[in-house]
Design a protein. Structure first.
Length: 160
């Protein structure tokens, strides 16, 4: 197994906010390169891939953007484009080098999302109210539970 040269998702969250400073809207692909350049990722780190073949740094930026969006720290004005919000600018002003999911609980939208996940896990673990398609009560759209596939993995993305 090769050494993972790409920083964890927690390090990418503040880097994404920093890259979005200035109020510009960035296409995701441009944002990834901007973040990688800012972080001075080596060519070797940029070439490391997850099992699906996607570059690992892009995979982790994807997850960082997803969590920041769910917390209300960035927004997607249209598909594949990102911009920082006022809350994101306030967080970036702290000058953090890492920002964990646990630390993100200070944002009500993220706390609500985590509560929703906890509720789903309880229902999934208890096996109640789900039909064979994974839909609750047979009425709601099915969802893919990442919880069980992520357990025990240092990188939730690579466990999927």
């Amino acid at each position: 197994m090769s050494v993972d040269l790409v920083p964890p998702i927690d390090v990418f969250r503040p880097a994404v906010l920093r890259a979005l400073q200035g109020g510009l809207v960035f296409r995701f692909s441009d944002l990834c390169e901007r973040v990688a350049d800012q972080m001075q990722l080596s060519d070797e780190a940029r070439q490391q891939c997850v099992p699906s073949g996607q570059p690992r740094y892009i995979n982790r930026i994807t997850w960082a953007c997803s969590s920041l969006n769910l917390a209300g720290l960035v927004r997607r004005p249209k598909r594949g484009w990102y911009e920082i919000t006022a809350d994101g600018r306030a967080l970036d002003a702290r000058g953090l080098s890492s920002y964990s999911e646990k630390e993100m609980l200070e944002w009500p939208a993220w706390a609500d999302y985590q509560g929703e996940i906890a509720t789903r896990r309880k229902g999934e673990d208890a096996g109640d109210d789900f039909d064979s398609d994974g839909a609750r009560d047979g009425n709601a759209a099915p969802y893919l539970s990442e919880a069980s596939s992520r357990r025990g993995s240092a990188d939730p993305v690579e466990a999927i």
